[in-house]
Design a binder for this molecule. Sequence first.
Ligand SMILES: [Zn+2]
Length: 300
Amino acid sequence: MRPGVFNPILYGRHLFQQFAVDTYIKIESSRLDYMRNNQDTLRADLYQGLVDSMHSGEGSAENVGRRTVLFSSFIGGPRDMRRWYMDAMALVQKYGKPNIFLTMTCNPNWDEIKNELYPGQTPQDRPDLVTRVFRAKLEAMRKMLMEKYILGKVKAYVYVVEFQKRGLPHAHFLLIMERKYKLTCPEQYDMIITVELPNKKKYPELYKMVTKHMMHGPCGRLNPYCPCTMGRGSCKNRYLRPFCEAMSQGKDSYPIYRRRNDGRTLKVQGHYLDNQWVGPYNSCLLRTFNYHINVEAYEH
Ligand SMILES: [Zn+2]
């Protein structure tokens, strides 16, 4: 986007998406061509890495046809993926298992996106904008987590950004906390992760965000056609979740958060939803990013 310059691509709507995909395919094809034509330069480093020796693949020469090996720099290729995987496992080996699992989603209605749309456009028409704003928010969140210690001091972390079918990105983080900041007692859990509706009078802003972004359902018996329930007896995300006076240990490695029956409800599609329907959130992150950020802890 340049002030005063008309860029037809940005006005293409669905064609812009097609253009972006086509262009990426061109880039990828040219990379693949290069690799196909430069297999000799690759053979040398092929069997050097520890990573590759782990891969019990084609070892014998009598294999028919010619095998093309992708460079490990080819994003998304098996060697690239294995490298990332090994790095992540090395972190776990050194620092222990992850303690917090965090999912950040992209809000297509963020002001930063809406303000830049041309008249008549929806966020879907501008994947360039959506991804850039998401990237900026992601970096901001990373800063909050790693430098401002919103959830405590982080020793190591891994994250991945994924794209859904319609082009909206989301990111998953796994955080390994420093020993002092590992969640051990119920009070610590309560401070970081909430699964209750906030006080509407005291925290009107937060209340609005929780009701808008963190409520699940109605599903299950209340709404059998909800995507999370359809074709099965109950919600696949295990909602509604029973009340719980104090945080306690779960049967798997997921703790059961404090979910008190405080009488607060919210009317959604004709049903009154109480705390049993609230997804786990961190009030600080939710307030800063004004969108669905799922925060869960693991017990070990
Ligand atoms: Zn559900």
